[in-house]
Design a protein around this ligand. Structure first.
Ligand code: S3P
Length: 449
């Protein structure tokens, strides 16, 4: 298992760097490209393991995906009903998005598909997608959860939808703001009879809606309500061209590293700044962080910007409400900001973090304490007491969670001595060049196999 040995920074982090392509947009470009009638050309693709899981699952269902050059993919679409039954299990690896969005894509399939995942993914709740999809007639089941009778986990078996039966209309009010649930429901709606209406408490990332709209699908969004009514639609989507923006969720680690290491000046280029994703930037600004966002227009229907970050004194804030779904993957790294801010930062309304690649509330509390940062775990968040001076050098385990591993590596930059981040191979699920990028900015990181 890979261990990172991260040394305390001896000087500022300095540089201007690109970041890997947006993982969420990558999944959607691949899935929708596969469902188009025609070829889809993707550029700027970073080959994070999660996105590769989606590509491989599609290949296993008869979709040809070529790689004509670095970061380029051509997806030969098979049409909305053109996927073929796979010969074996569809391996979603560590990727919850792959598994949940595939449930929506496969809800109307006339074949059976078994979706499997690694140990972490096989613990994550799947009833949140199976529930609404069953309501419209989908055949979907999984393994019973160890302790919760009303929950299922992977392996999931989806389909076949019996001949002569179609998916029906669906009006669904989701108890959680979740782009994965929303996207699975919308994707199932493409082949359903009747309309799909999905409402969530506050708006989660809207990449699926943007892409469907660009492809001419009959979709309409009003705040946290999305409607898709395919009545009268020809059920054809043309192939498209997409340049995937940089992933804000990856850039966040660099932005925060620049705050922590005194004197740093870091620029992250070509970063997607869709407003449904920018919660962390708002939190950082509220804390007084050194940060400017320089807009650079749009890339394939998504706003992009250059982020300029530098270290500045920070104060504690309260994080909660509608900001949380817009910063859901950045709450661990926001804890690193909180660890250096003056006062106690309170994070609430973030119970969803318990269902991510690890229980991120519990895991972050363990990591923070290992670095000597005082914190208190709450059912839906945590309180983090900021501290000055060097942190304790730590020896922490990522629990197989890429965002925890990267957060720990960033905290280690202000440690009193070298820190160890164990089980760090998972970083490759979203940011294969993370260590190389940190080194390029001036950090000293050793990798032990
Ligand atoms: C994602 C949605 C989020 C996020 C995940 C990616 C997506 O999950 O945590 O990393 O691409 O739709 P939820 O929508 O379940 O919160």
């Amino acid at each position: 298992m890979t261990t990172l040995v991260v040394h305390p920074a001896t000087g500022p982090l300095v540089g201007s760097v690109p970041v890997p392509s947006d993982k969420s947009i990558g999944h959607r470009a691949l899935l929708l490209g596969a469902l188009c009638d025609g070829d889809t050309h993707i550029t700027g693709f970073s080959h994070g393991e999660d996105n590769v899981s989606t590509a491989n699952a599609l290949r296993a269902m008869g979709v040809a995906i070529e790689e004509p050059g670095p970061g380029e993919l051509v997806v030969h679409g098979v049409g909305l009903a053109g996927l073929k039954g796979p010969a074996g299990d569809l391996d979603c690896g560590n990727s919850g998005t792959t598994m949940r969005l595939l449930c929506g894509v496969l809800a109307a399939a006339r074949f059976r598909a078994t979706l499997v995942g690694d140990e972490t993914l096989s613990r994550r709740p799947m009833m949140r997608v199976a529930g609404p999809l069953r309501l419209r007639g989908a055949v979907i089941d999984g393994r019973r959860h160890a302790t919760r009778a009303d929950e299922i986990v992977a392996p999931l078996v989806v389909g076949p939808l019996p001949e002569g039966r179609d998916l029906g209309p669906l009006e669904y009010v989701s108890p959680v703001s979740s782009a994965q649930v929303k996207s699975a429901v919308l994707l199932s709606g493409l082949l359903a009879h009747g309309a799909t209406r999905f409402r969530e408490p506050t708006v989660s990332r809207d990449h699926t809606e943007r892409m469907l709209e660009a492809l001419g699908c009959p979709i309409r969004t009003v705040g946290p309500l999305v409607e898709l009514d395919p009545t009268g639609w020809d059920h054809r989507m043309p192939g498209f061209t997409i340049a995937i923006p940089g992933d804000l969720s990856a850039a966040a680690f660099l932005v925060v590293a620049a705050q922590l290491v005194e004197g740093s000046r870091v620029t992250a280029r070509g970063v997607g700044v869709n407003p449904t994703r920018t919660g962390l930037l708002e939190i950082a600004r509220d804390m007084g962080a050194g940060l400017t966002v320089e807009p650079q227009g749009e890339r394939s229907g998504e706003p992009v910007a250059e982020l300029h970050a530098w270290s500045a004194p920070m104060r504690a804030v309260i994080i909660g409400g509608e900001t949380v779904p817009r910063a859901i993957d950045e709450i661990p790294i926001a804890c690193a900001l909180a660890a250096r801010a003056h006062g106690t930062t309170r994070i609430r309304d973030a119970g969803e973090l318990r269902h991510k690649e690890s229980d991120r509330i519990a895991t972050m509390a363990t990591v923070l304490r290992a670095f000597g940062v005082k914190c208190e775990e709450k059912p839906d968040g945590l309180d983090v007491e900021g501290r000055e001076g060097a942190l304790q050098a730590a020896d922490v385990d990522s629990r197989g969670d890429h965002r925890i591993a990267m957060t720990a590596a960033v905290l280690a930059l202000v440690g009193r001595g070298p820190s160890r981040v164990r089980d760090a191979g998972c970083i490759a699920t979203s940011y294969p060049k993370f260590v190389a990028t940190l080194r390029g900015l001036g950090a000293r990181v050793d990798v032990e196999a």
